[in-house]
Design a protein around this ligand. Structure first.
Ligand SMILES: [Zn+2]
Length: 147
């Protein structure tokens, strides 16, 4: 269930809640009195129905608001996570292994027996022919050891 689906159902709930509130407030809770009665009397059963409608509508409205709020927060978290996920590998691994930022070629084989993928900076074994993470095909195997 995507965030847009949550937001959509939240919107629907808010609309239903508002409609229900109007319907409940506009509900005629009085009925014509029987024979001999001068005016209209409030029907307790209808009054109870109105209260129920208002309660449910209010609940729908609030739940819709919360759903939209949650979806928005989740969107923000997901966006933040995507940014962190895209940014984190390089700075973290560069900080850990002190690979120079200017040259991705020089970052290969900084750790003996290991190499860093020039594309995604995943640390892989020197013998690997392709990156385990991004499937980048390594080239020039083993020649980087002697520098
Ligand atoms: Zn890679």
């Amino acid at each position: 269930m995507g965030a847009s689906t949550v937001r959509g159902s939240g919107f629907v709930m808010i609309v239903l809640g508002i409609l229900g509130l109007f319907a409940g407030l506009g509900m005629d809770t009085s009925v014509s009195g029987g024979v001999g009665s001068t005016g209209r009397i409030v029907n307790i059963g209808l009054l109870g129905q109105q209260t129920s409608v208002l309660t449910v509508s209010g609940f729908l409205f609030m739940t819709g608001c919360m759903l939209i709020g949650f979806a928005t927060v989740r969107d923000a978290v997901e966006a933040l996570g995507a940014v962190i996920g895209a940014q984190a590998p390089r700075p973290i691994e560069q900080a850990l292994y002190h690979t120079p930022q200017s040259s991705s070629e020089a970052s290969d084989n900084f750790i003996p027996g290991m190499r860093t993928c020039p594309k995604c900076y995943a640390v892989a074994k020197e013998e690997a022919t392709s990156c385990w993470r991004c499937r980048h095909a390594f080239e020039g195997m083993h020649h980087e050891v002697a520098q």
